[in-house]
Design a protein around this ligand. Sequence first.
Ligand SMILES: [Cu+2]
Length: 115
Amino acid sequence: MRCFSLLSAVCAVALTGLALVEVAPARADDMVTIVIKEHRFDPAEVKITANKRVTLLVDNQDATSEEFESGEMKVEKIVGGRKQIKVMVGPLKPGRYPFFGEFHEATAQGAVIAE
Ligand SMILES: [Cu+2]
C-alpha cells in the first residue's frame, strides 16, 4: 500500500494492531531480528511459529529510511536511517507472508514463513 498517496485500510489496520501491542507485549523469546543493509533484508526469509504473535525487530543499518511493508501481514511502518522499529505480526496461519521495503522495492524483498 502506498501510505503517501492514499489512506489505505491497511494503514488503519496496522495502526490498530500497534495500539493493541502496547497492551500485550510479546515475550522476548518471540522476537526475530531482521537487518536492513544496503537496501536488502538479512535474513531475507525468517521462520516464525504459526498461530502465535511475534515481534519483528527491524534494524535499519542503512543511513536512509525505509518503509517495512506487507499487505499479507497488514503492516506498514517507517524505520529511519540507523534506527530500529518493532513490528508485531500474527498470530499467522502456516504459510508464506512476503514483505518489502517500499523505498527500495527493487532490492528490499523478504518473507516471513509461519510454520
Ligand atoms: Cu506503504
